[in-house]
Every structure is written in structure tokens, then in C-alpha cells.
Design a protein around this ligand. Structure first.
Ligand code: TXA
Ligand code: MG
Length: 337
């Protein structure tokens, strides 16, 4: 299959919408990361998403809608708290898990009776949903297990020949995937995957916000995952990633004692003035680190890095999302110094 690179012009969005209506898969830009989109109600199309990514069939896809009010068409019973959250955070980088109805096939929900609903704010993605008139199922557009794509070039790298088209909507604004939440009770939500809608922001609307144990910890053998995505290795470049938590002074000392000539380090902007070994920087604060993390992990592969020490990010605010991706990329290997 030839993969066509489309622009964000109205004519090209129309072409992409036509492909989606015809059951094809298209690489699509969102404000978080790029997705692989198809008609969520078309089982055949959804199966081809799983095939293109090499994704396990029990890992459900998020369904993207143009407006949260459309969620009533695909769910059964939306709690009042979900409407309040949507009013504050939709459109934007938030996915709310809700009970699904039978317009969402089991293939799309990975066999679950719930569905993650998201209303993206990216104007191109919004247009695409509106013009196609379809609910769009879209996982991140990476090969399963690899870091998510934040540019059309990343998607082309992973999916060329496997999808009908990729729409270039520029670099993703946030750079990490949406915050995924489940409604626990009338006033409480549980974060299943942290993102740029932070716990602090959710607390503006909810009485309590639980951070699921699996966000920072490896699931124990036999432990049930609150979200299937928690079970799988994720975000991993080819390089061996090792997280090192500590001040830049402690980090530098650690690297000096651990084969600096054979490794690369991923450090904060500003750290470089203290750091005499090979490095790349990934931002000076959590928002910048979220924005750059996946593209830096891909770049480290491009330059052939085999072993990478990453100076661990903060766990506050958006930092929790960055930390969550890195601890998975590192296979839960964290060195605290
Ligand atoms: O920002 C995003 O969310 C991006 C863009 C493209 O919208 N999409 C994305 O999809 O990251 P994906 O498939 O790569 O990750 C979805 C995560 C998975 O970990 C999955 O297990 C979880 O959300 N998830 C989806 N539906 C769920 C459900 N019904 N219950 C629990 N977890 C769910
Ligand atoms: Mg993903």
C-alpha cells in the first residue's frame, strides 16, 4: 500500500475524511500525540488498526468525538460528574471511561463493556471528525511498544506502507497522550494514565482524585490492571533506558562511575553546564519535557545510542505523566542516588 502524505488544507482533510468513511486507516494529528484513526463503528477497519500497530486485541481504543454531547450516542448512562468534567476539560487532552452501548463494537473496546471517550482540541482532528461524521477510534500511531509519534514524520517512519494516508498537522502541542480517567463515584475519579490534565486540575471539579497504583509501580504477578494498557511494555526505544533520580551533581557523579564513554545521558535544559559527558536535553520544566520526551527517545535511537541514563523528572503536575512514560520505557528500573 502506498501511504499518501496529506496537508492540513480543507481539500486534504476532506480526502482523509473520505478514506475514514470508506473503512481505511489514516494517521491523524492531535494536540497530544498522532493517532491512527478509523471509523470506530466499523469492525473491519478497527481490526486493521490493531494489525498495523501489532497491538494486543485486549487493549481498547479511545473513541474521539467532535463534541462531548455526542457521547450519549455511544454510551449508556453518563454520570453527572462526567458532564461536569467535560464542561471544564473538553475539548482537550482528557479521556473519560464510560459504559459503552452496542454502537461501539467489542473489537474497539478490546472486549470491555466500557469505552474511553475523548474530544480532541486539535483543529485538524476536530474537522476530520466533523467532516467524516464518524466516531474515530484512534490509538497512538506508533508501532506497539515504541514511543508515541509527535510529528507526521514519526508516523511515516512507523506506518509507511501500512496505512492509507497521514495528515500533517504540525508538531503535537502536548507531546504525551491524554489523561485517562474512570469515574469512581459521584464525586471521585481515578487516574488510569496521567497526562496534561493533571490531578490538581481535576481537583477543581472533583472532590477526590485517586492516582492508580500502577501509574508508578509495576503490576504484581496476577494483579488485575485497571486499564489494559498498564500490562504492556511501552514507550521503549531500542536503547536501554535507565532512570536515575537525584540532583545534577549526584547524576553526574553516577555517570562518571558508570561507563560514561559508552552511554548517553538525557538531562534537563540547564544541566548541561555541569555535565562533561555525551548528552541530549529534554526541556527545563515538566511541560517542555512532556513536549519533547518522545521525539528525544526517537532521536537517541537515530544516533545509535545503546544505553541511556535519564535524569528522572519531577512527579508534580504534568511531571507525573513524564515520569510514568519514562518508568515504563525503563522497564521500571530506577536508580535513586
Ligand atoms: O492522547 C491520546 O489519548 C492518544 C490520541 C491519539 O488521542 N491516544 C492514545 O491511545 O494514547 P492509546 O490506544 O495509545 O492509549 C489508550 C490507553 C491504553 O492504555 C488503554 O488501555 C486505555 O487508554 N484505555 C482505553 N479504553 C479504555 C477503557 N475502556 N478502560 C480502561 N482503559 C482504557
Ligand atoms: Mg499508545
Amino acid at each position: 500500500m502506498d501511504t499518501v502524505l496529506l496537508s492540513d488544507s480543507a481539500a486534504d482533510i476532506e480526502k482523509a475524511a473520505e478514506l475514514i468513511k470508506n473503512g481505511q486507516i489514516v494517521g491523524i494529528p492531535t494536540e497530544t500525540v498522532y493517532g491512527l484513526g478509523a471509523d470506530a463503528s466499523n469492525e473491519e477497519a478497527v481490526r486493521s488498526i490493531f494489525a498495523a500497530k501489532g497491538r494486543p486485541a485486549d487493549n481498547p481504543l479511545i473513541v474521539h468525538l467532535a463534541d462531548f454531547s455526542d457521547a450519549v450516542n455511544y454510551t449508556s448512562g453518563i454520570p453527572d460528574l462526567a458532564f461536569r468534567l467535560a464542561e471544564r476539560f473538553c475539548p482537550g487532552p482528557l479521556t473519560i471511561v464510560l459504559p459503552k452501548n452496542d454502537r461501539i463494537p467489542m473489537v474497539t473496546s478490546g472486549g470491555l463493556d466500557t469505552v474511553g471517550i475523548r474530544v480532541p482540541s486539535h483543529p485538524v482532528m476536530h474537522e476530520l471528525i466533523a467532516v467524516s461524521g464518524k466516531p474515530i477510534a484512534a490509538p497512538s500511531a506508533n508501532t506497539s511498544g515504541y514511543p508515541s509519534p509527535t510529528s507526521a514524520a514519526h508516523v511515516m517512519r512507523d506506518m509507511n506502507g501500512k496505512v492509507a494516508a497521514v495528515v500533517d498537522g504540525g508538531e503535537s502541542q502536548f507531546g504525551v497522550e491524554s489523561t485517562v480517567i474512570a469515574i469512581e463515584s459521584a464525586d471521585t475519579v481515578r487516574i488510569l494514565r496521567p497526562g496534561c490534565v493533571t490531578r490538581e486540575m481535576l481537583l477543581e471539579v472533583c472532590g477526590d482524585v485517586i492516582i492508580d497504583h500502577a501509574i508508578l509501580n509495576e503490576l504484581a504477578a496476577g494483579e488485575k490492571a485497571a486499564s489494559p494498557g498498564m500490562k504492556y511494555k511501552h514507550y521503549s526505544p531500542k536503547a536501554d533506558i535507565i532512570m536515575v533520580e537525584g540532583t545534577i551533581e549526584a547524576f553526574t557523579k553516577f555517570v562518571s562511575e558508570n561507563e560514561p564513554e559508552k552511554t548517553y545521558s538525557l538531562i534537563y535544559n540547564g544541566d548541561e553546564k555541569y555535565f562533561p559527558y555525551r548528552f541530549m536535553t529534554y526541556g527545563g520544566d515538566s511541560l517542555q519535557q512532556a513536549h519533547q520526551l518522545f521525539s528525544k527517545l526517537r532521536e537517541l535511537d537515530d544516533i545509535g545510542a545503546e544505553k541511556v541514563y535519564v535524569r528522572a523528572p519531577s512527579k508534580d503536575g504534568v511531571g507525573l505523566a513524564v515520569y510514568n512514560r519514562l518508568i515504563r520505557a525503563a522497564g521500571f528500573e530506577v536508580i535513586r542516588i
